[in-house]
Design a protein around this ligand. Structure first.
Ligand SMILES: [Zn+2]
Length: 368
């Protein structure tokens, strides 16, 4: 029996997400490309039910959420810098009008997906406008104002006892790891660039969580230029060890596309095929799964990548010729769905990757 796939698509959400620095209209680009390839025939589309204040405070502090509610109507941000700083707002998370409405829609997108899985209305839910993994309990951070992922995982846990969170964004999934670092019910696994000066600077292989959650945080630190071959090899090795140890009931995969070659922020050298190998691996488990977006600052590459991943999820093969549609000219000059790996120097050796796998295997051997 084929899986019931739900796709979260809401004009209010894509519109308001363009407020996030450097994200532009990539949500809209993605939905239109998915549509141009005819993939909506194989999925059920759902609008977003906005998250309530009660939903948001399943993770965020009441004072942070109430501050967003208060700031929703502001327009004179310059005169209120002190208040904003306390909550990480400003710099890479600037305030904008309707910030609370935004937070409620962003969290609502992933929460809607999680609810569909909990209710059994879908086996797989996709929300490419979600995946804001840096937001902390009482602080916006790294373009992330609200942690839709943590809130969605809290919802999943109403039905699924043990949830596995995997993050293949170029950056460490610190907000999600911190949220669950003391519990054995949610295992977080983050693959990321861990190098001098690379944001956020956390996620070493021996950062494993605390107390009851010790060894339930898994970190896979990489260097610049990692390739598809290395990444999919490593993903398979690490996830085999993880799933042999942690028997989960539901999965969340954050597919931040800033790990792709040519991303202006990321420094890896992956193509959508490298990420696709990870998606295929996750699908073999046949568990309720929520697929999320995340980073991805080359907008057309991000749209191509998430469209390609959607095709893998619904089990269809796409022509590499971008179909004629509203955004067609944005995909020039080659109008090709494929993205070729770049010439970036690869600083990761197979022997280093083997050592990472050995370290993770040793860490996880401490679990019952
Ligand atoms: Zn990122």
């Amino acid at each position: 029996m084929s899986s019931k796939v739900a796709y979260i698509k809401d004009d209010n959400l894509t519109e308001i997400c363009s407020n996030i620095p450097n994200v532009g209209d990539r949500g809209k680009l993605t939905h239109r490309l998915v549509e141009a390839y005819g993939l909506f025939k194989f999925m059920q589309v759902f609008p977003v039910k906005p998250a309530s204040r009660e939903d948001l405070i399943t993770f965020h502090s009441q004072s942070y959420v109430d501050f967003l509610i208060e700031a929703d109507e502001w327009s004179d941000y310059e005169n209120r810098e002190e208040d904003q700083e306390e909550y990480g707002l400003g710099y890479d998370c600037p305030l904008f009008t309707k910030v609370y409405k935004f937070a409620s829609l962003v969290a609502g997108g992933s929460l809607t997906g999680a609810q569909l899985l909990v209710d059994g209305d879908a086996d797989i839910a996709i929300n490419w406008c979600g995946g804001w993994h840096h937001a902390q309990r009482d602080e916006a951070k790294g373009f992330c104002y609200v942690n839709d992922i943590v809130i969605a995982i809290q919802k999943l846990r109403e039905k699924f006892d043990r949830v596995l969170y995997i993050d293949i964004d170029a950056h460490h999934g610190d907000g999600v790891e911190n949220a669950f670092s003391s519990t054995s019910k949610v295992m977080t696994v983050s693959f990321h660039n861990y190098g001098l000066g690379f944001f956020p600077g956390s996620g070493a292989v021996n950062d494993v969580g605390f107390g009851a959650g010790r060894y339930y945080s898994v970190n896979v630190p990489l260097k610049d230029g990692v390739t598809d071959d290395q990444f999919s090899w490593l993903f398979t090795r690490v996830m085999d060890v993880v799933t042999n140890t942690f028997h989960c009931d539901a999965v969340v995969l954050q597919c931040g596309a800033d790990c792709l070659t040519g991303d202006p922020v990321g420094t890896f050298n992956l193509t959508p095929h490298g990420m696709g190998a990870c998606v295929k691996k996750v699908l073999t488990w046949k568990l309720p799964t929520l697929f999320l977006g995340g980073g991805g600052y080359n907008l057309t590459n991000t749209a191509k990548c998430w469209t390609f991943l959607t095709s893998i999820i619904v089990g269809k093969t796409l022509s590499s010729d971008i179909p004629d549609h509203t955004d067609f000219l944005r995909y020039g000059p080659d109008f090709d769905l494929e993205i070729s790996a770049g010439l970036r120097k690869n600083s990761n050796t197979f022997s280093e990757l083997n050592t990472i796998v050995d370290n993770i295997t040793a860490n996880l051997s401490n679990l019952p």
